[in-house]
Design a binder for this molecule. Structure first.
Ligand SMILES: Cc1ncc(COP(=O)(O)O)c(C=O)c1O
Length: 394
């Protein structure tokens, strides 16, 4: 089966990680320094931790109202609530990012806003900037390392931004992220928080490397087929649970920090391959399937994202064809309902959350994998048009 994500951890990468562990301080310029020329950038343990640090730095009153789209990770919802704030859900549009009309309606009364560049598709930055004026804004770029808006890396546009290098992200380093502080007003508060973080013990660093190695085996072709055969139901059920793990107290793993320095060329090459893979499929099937992606030619493709009315049917077809498709955030309505969301509140979201399907385009795909995906989509499209003809006939 073609794994959904690329969690490979090569001998060279393990070596790079271990060297960072035993070096005094991981050396060399990290990959992102040129991406945020005007910001102060912190390496952190996760994007959710970054959102918590950023929200704290805003120094909002208790019960302040934070706008966020419901089509997001449950860990983001938890981070807002744990910070002592209330969530105000703002609808999305067919790009799976903030619906600026709904934002305009909900703006009065918001104390802060989270803007998510879902799947690396940039939100409508210019329109949001016009609307929010001086409302504090945090960009959630967990899916958007290497994604651009108007030719500029996202994460440069508002007060602060967070990135993730955790599982299922790009680059998928298993953990870690960035907090980018663009507004100098918040640097002191963030600095203070960063000084309170504890380094990870040698044992937890080694345990993390061990977990990554196991994950790389589980997400190999054979491992992934076995997981799917035996655990797919359990995994789907686990996805319903809200992710409450916060990891707020610790620094980024040194092994991840090391890889952000030693694996720069690989990360850049992987981004290019990933986009090439995505476009190879999109170009062939754009007329039949509704793919959404960042049109900027230099932007990373997080996954092949498609909106499809018979999403579950297409999903089953792809899984049967040996393709590790996903229904990303499929339980987002359920998660959001724990934070006051009621079905019908945000109509586009209700509809779109049931249409999203992601298809792997990661850099480990081979030419054969791409042909398998291509043929599976072609077969599905043919089946669909045959059905349409039958319906028209009857
Ligand atoms: C849109 C979005 N924001 C934030 C996060 C949290 O990232 P992390 O796991 O690094 O905390 C995720 C994780 O899935 C996400 O999808």
């Amino acid at each position: 089966m073609i794994p959904r994500f690329n969690y490979s951890f090569s001998v060279r990468e393990v070596w790079g990680a271990m060297s960072a562990l035993f070096a005094k301080e991981p050396s060399g310029a990290p990959v992102y320094t040129r991406l945020f020329p005007a910001a102060t950038v912190y390496e952190i343990s996760s994007a959710r931790a970054g959102i918590a640090y950023a929200l704290a730095a805003l120094q909002l009153p208790e019960n302040a109202r934070v706008g966020v789209q419901p089509y997001t990770c449950s860990s983001v919802m938890v981070a807002i609530q744990k910070a002592g704030f209330r969530l105000v859900f703002i609808d999305i549009d067919e790009t799976l990012t903030l619906d600026t009309n709904d934002l305009a309606d909900k703006l009065t009364g918001l104390d802060a806003l989270i803007v998510t560049h879902t799947f690396g598709i940039s939100a409508k930055v210019a329109r949001i900037k016009e609307l929010v004026e001086d409302l504090p804004v945090i960009e959630d770029c967990a899916h958007a390392f290497g994604s651009r808006y108007d030719g500029v890396q996202v994460g440069n546009f508002f007060d602060m931004a967070v990135f993730s290098f955790g599982n299922g992200k790009f680059p998928a380093l298993g953990s870690g992220g960035l907090l980018v502080v663009n507004n100098r007003q918040y640097v002191d508060a963030v600095n203070e928080r960063m000084h309170q973080l504890k380094p990870n013990s040698l044992f937890s660093e080694l345990a993390f490397v061990g977990r990554q190695l196991i994950k790389s085996l589980l997400y190999s072709r054979v491992g992934y087929s076995l997981i799917y055969k035996f655990f797919s139901r359990r995994l789907a059920d686990r996805g319903k649970q809200i992710d409450t793990h916060s990891g707020l107290e610790n620094e980024i793993y040194r092994t991840v920090k090391g890889r952000l320095r030693t694996d720069v060329a690989e990360i850049q090459a992987a981004a290019i391959r990933q986009r090439r893979n995505a476009l190879a499929i999109i170009d062939k099937h754009n007329a039949t399937f509704n793919f959404i992606y960042n049109q900027d030619p230099d932007s990373t493709c997080f996954a092949l994202v498609c909106l499809h009315e018979q999403r579950d049917d297409l999903f089953n077809h792809l899984i049967q064809g040996g393709i590790g498709a996903g229904k990303h955030f499929q339980h987002a309505s359920l998660w959001a309902s724990s934070f006051g969301y009621q079905r019908g509140d945000r109509p586009h979201f209700d509809q779109l959350v049931e249409q999203v399907i992601t298809i792997p385009c990661h850099d480990a795909l081979t030419q054969t994998d791409l042909s398998i995906i291509d043929e599976a989509l072609a077969r599905y499209a043919k089946r669909g048009s045959f059905r349409e003809q039958l319906t028209a006939f009857s």
